[in-house]
Design a protein around this ligand. Structure first.
Ligand code: TRP
Length: 365
């Protein structure tokens, strides 16, 4: 059986390097291998509205931004189906049925939802948590199962969502019939890629913390951001021995640097080990390692910017890609919805047995 892959992002801002190493890179890789049947990438506007209900303009504005980021990193419309969550009616319908398979304590136990509730400052005592927000993992299970996706490439913060989806699949398939496919999360092999730190050394690159390098940042912005990066506060003079652990520049080098970068941009060294050793011994300044990192990030982002610039001038094409993808997504999701409803016995008008069964009740023999 060939893989069906589905993933998505909330359109609440431009995508950054954390998204790239956490999931986008894996998607591009999967797209370019031929062991999949289909690859769906969804702009999760419905989900974004669960905690931006007061700011729909933000969601609306970022649909195209996120789409431009997708296209810029090399996801291609002839290999990947892009669609908008709110354009697929079967998704909320599936959610309604799945809601019967999940208890309230179970949704509120979701660790990602819990920490998001805290981060958003919802006051559980006062105004309470919006039901749509508390139950978005159920809607995420619909996103995944509607396409019968078996693989879901995500960062590790999404693991509780996949767990919830698996439970729903199991419950549905045992309560009704084996219709749904059990999904598997595909997370980056290296932990640091699931959670790339911000340029300020904070544990996570995140828009709300203002510590991101965006995929669409221009050269000057990237230069400035890397210059300001958190390194080792104890490394004051060049001659001081420096620390690698918790030093964001080295964390990024671990993620982005390959041996060939040394030959190109820093030929005095052959590999990262040598560079680290020198830094730890003392005698290697932050400016040098930052310039090196800058060269590597620029090499990564330059082709992204070029592709983005092209699509920025062809927004009609971008919208058309989404429209066509959404039409295809509707077809697939409607088919699953039909199977789900058949399994539940609620397709009354197309179910030949329904009338027979009912008639039998009233036929006197
Ligand atoms: N929760 C994901 C995020 O925060 C977005 C998302 C919605 C998603 N539905 C999905 C991811 C289905 C993978 C599969 O970005």
């Amino acid at each position: 059986m060939k893989n069906i892959i589905l993933t998505g992002d909330r359109p609440t801002g431009r995508l950054h390097l954390g998204h790239y190493v956490g999931s986008l890179k894996e998607r591009v890789k999967m797209q370019n291998e031929d062991d999949y049947e289909s690859l769906f990438v969804m702009i999760a506007d419905t989900q974004a509205l669960t905690d931006n209900y007061g700011n729909p303009q933000k969601v609306r504005d970022n649909v195209i931004e996120v789409m431009l980021d997708y296209l810029s990193v090399g996801l291609e419309p002839d290999k990947t189906t892009f669609f908008i969550q709110s354009a697929v009616n079967a998704l909320p319908e599936l959610t309604t049925y799945y809601m019967n398979l999940v208890t309230l304590p179970r949704v509120l136990r979701n660790p990602t939802v819990k920490s998001e509730i805290k981060a958003r400052g919802f006051d559980e005592e006062k105004e309470g948590i919006p039901v749509g927000f508390a139950t978005y993992p159920i809607s995420q299970a619909s996103d995944i199962t509607a396409f019968k996706a078996n693989l879901v490439p995500v960062g590790d913060d999404q693991l509780p969502m996949i767990e919830q989806a698996k439970e729903i699949v199991k419950s549905f398939n045992t309560t009704y019939q084996e219709v749904l496919v059990t999904p598997k999360a595909v997370i980056p092999e290296e932990k640091v890629c699931s959670r790339l730190p911000g340029i300020d050394g904070n544990a996570k690159m995140s828009k709300s913390l203002g510590n991101c390098i965006y995929l669409a940042d221009d050269t000057e912005t990237v230069k400035k951001k890397i210059k300001s990066m958190y390194t080792d506060p104890l490394h004051i003079n060049i001659t001081d021995p420096g620390h690698i652990e918790g030093n964001t520049v080295f964390t990024y080098l671990d993620v982005f640097c390959k041996d060939e970068h040394f030959a190109k941009y820093l030929p005095e060294y052959h590999n990262l080990e040598e560079l680290k050793n020198h830094y730890q011994k003392g005698g290697l300044g932050d400016v040098k390692i930052k310039n090196f990192l800058f060269a590597i990030i620029e090499e990564l982002l330059t082709p992204f910017r070029e592709k983005r610039a092209f699509y920025e001038q062809h927004l009609d094409e971008v919208l058309e890609i989404l429209k066509e993808g959404s039409a295809k997504a509707n077809q697939v999701a409607n088919q699953t919805l039909l199977e789900v409803k058949e399994a539940m016995g609620i397709t009354y008008f197309d179910d030949k047995n329904f009338l027979i069964e009912q008639n039998n009740k009233y036929t006197k023999i």
